[in-house]
Unconditional design. Structure first.
Length: 128
């Protein structure tokens, strides 16, 4: 199984992002590849990034409508209580909140994370 990290979602939404083309490919795989999922936490972090970067409510709504066409609801993967517990341990080791949640989910499910994040790469298998 593969989990799409926030970096791919942000790259998908921003045509000026240097990772845009590859991000397009990754997001499209959520519809076409039965092994590619998007963690709920990646969606939440994406919204936080958009808000912090000053996107208006209407711009965020447009972004979510666009993402809704790319990410089927059944391809969204939640964190369980045990996964969150594992994330807390990763946070104690210095990993940031959102990275820890994605990494813990990858560890619990034996998944590869689709990301450019070097911190995640140091803990679980990644690809880009």
């Amino acid at each position: 199984m593969k989990l799409v990290d926030t970096v791919a979602i942000i790259g998908f939404l921003n045509p000026k992002d240097r990772l845009h083309e590859r991000s397009l490919e990754h997001l499209r795989r959520t519809s076409s590849d039965d092994q590619v999922y998007v963690p709920t936490v990646s969606l939440i972090e994406t919204d936080l990034v958009l808000k912090v970067r000053g996107y208006s409510d209407s711009e965020r709504e447009v972004s979510w409508r666009t993402l809704e066409t790319q990410i089927p609801a059944e391809k969204i993967m939640p964190n369980s209580p045990s996964t969150i517990q594992r994330a807390v341990a990763l946070q104690r080791q210095g990993m940031d909140y959102f990275d820890s949640l994605v990494t813990a989910l990858a560890k619990d499910t034996g998944s590869v994370v689709i990301t450019t994040d070097k911190i995640i790469k140091g803990v679980v298998e990644t690809e880009w």
